[in-house]
Design a protein around this ligand. Structure first.
Ligand SMILES: [Zn+2]
Length: 415
């Protein structure tokens, strides 16, 4: 079974827009009210209310004079909000998940969303949302599979619907394409082991420049004035655009890679550690490293984790696989003979091995190391895989191996 979500922008009429905002408002109010209740209990060292108790609490709130209007919202949407809160508390209190934070209060206009577990309908280019009505949408593709739930969310000035489906998939017998290593270079440049490097996205760079300009304008405005508010709205829209551009780039890139390769190996980067360092090293460049060419720094800096996530599920849809490897010394090691030395790296872009003499692009060498490590990992795990390429002598495409592939990695179709 494969879960897949389809996301479309809604085209609400002004009246519908108002009802959407109301529903989001009701959900947010309830979430915050229940959150406050539980936080209060925690403070008094008492057990928090779990989902079922919260639901009966909701029933009594619906009868209270002050919160009578909660009845106007769809009850399952409200219950879903309580379910989310319950989940967030469980994660936040779980000692095994130290990364998870406790739930926080939702703010108006931020992460506004609500989910219908049932009651919705889909017909043509319209979706029926209980208590809201039929809403048109920009349906860019057909929805496949059985619909499990529908989530409505706001992003900037627009409303979106995300339709989650579940379907049984049959993986293709033969996976087209080979194995690829991907390296996130020192200058935040994405390099593939086959030598392809990705050019900067001009629209993205321009939007960022404009953002800096608009922010300077904002600093000159009188805070709270009409022009100040206008400028704030302009900047908010620009942020939205930049975020959309980033998403677009990452989706296109992960799509292309997943379509053309059965296995993709990437660095297992702890992005957080990476961005923390101000100075950085060759292995983990810091914030101040200037981005020259390649994919824009910010796209990858903010999007590497997202990129890897997309790549992983897109490969899985195709029956392929993503392999994460340890990137330590991948920029100093020679991919051809394994000789490791800081001297190997002559400059940002040049690599010359002090042992075997291989020379070429430093980032391509890094990507090839990632590729080798991924390949070794696959073999160690005994994953049956046929990547459709044989070891090649010398530099370049495929697997110019330093070791022969071991195990039964060859000739068995990838599952
Ligand atoms: Zn070498």
């Amino acid at each position: 079974m494969l879960r897949k979500a389809f996301r479309f922008r809604l085209r609400p009429t002004p009246a519908v827009r108002q009802r959407l905002a109301q529903m989001a408002g009701c959900t947010r109010f309830l979430y915050n009210k229940a959150l406050a209740l539980n936080l209060n209990l925690l403070e008094q060292k008492q057990p928090i209310l779990r989902y079922t108790k919260l639901c009966s609490q909701l029933q009594s709130w619906k009868q209270e004079e002050a919160t009578l209007w909660l009845q106007q919202a769809h009850s399952q949407v409200l219950q879903q909000a309580l379910k989310n809160l319950d989940r967030a508390f469980q994660d936040g209190l779980d000692v095994k998940q130290p990364g998870k934070k406790m739930p926080r209060f939702k703010k108006r206009g931020r992460q506004d969303s609500f989910r219908y577990p049932q009651g919705f309908k889909l017909r043509g280019n319209r979706v029926y949302l209980p208590k809201i009505g039929w809403v048109g949408m920009f349906k860019s593709q057909e929805v496949e599979g059985a619909i499990k739930n529908v989530t409505v969310s706001r992003e900037g000035e627009h409303w979106f619907v995300s339709i989650q489906t579940e379907q049984e998939v049959r993986f293709e017998e033969e996976i087209v394409g080979g194995i690829l290593g991907v390296d996130l270079g020192v200058v935040h440049q994405l390099t593939q082991s086959d030598g392809v490097q990705h050019p900067p996205v001009e629209a993205y760079r321009q939007a960022q420049q404009r953002l800096r300009r608009e922010q300077r304008t904002l600093s000159r405005r009188v805070k709270g004035s009409n022009n100040w508010h206008k400028q704030v709205r302009r900047i908010r829209r620009l942020h939205q655009r930049i975020s959309n551009l980033r998403k677009d780039v990452l989706h296109k890139l992960s799509h292309t890679l997943s379509q053309n390769h059965a296995v993709v190996c990437v660095e297992d980067l702890k992005v957080k550690n990476m961005t923390k360092s101000a100075k950085g090293t060759v292995e983990s460049p810091g914030r101040n490293v200037k981005a020259k060419g390649g994919l824009n720094k910010a796209i990858l800096e903010q999007g590497w984790g997202e990129f890897v996530r997309q790549l992983e599920y897109k490969l899985r849809w195709k029956g392929g696989r993503l392999v994460k490897v340890n990137p330590a010394y991948s920029s100093q090691e020679c991919h051809a003979c394994g000789f490791r030395s800081g001297e190997n790296r002559k400059s940002q872009h040049e690599f010359e091995c002090g042992s075997c003499g291989w020379d070429g692009n430093a980032d391509v060498n890094g990507a090839l190391n990632i590729l080798h490590r991924g390949w070794e990992k696959l073999c160690e795990e005994n994953v049956p895989v046929d990547v459709g390429c044989k070891p090649v002598e010398g530099e370049g495409v495929g697997l110019p191996v330093k070791q022969e592939p071991v195990g039964n990695c060859e000739e068995v179709p990838l599952r």
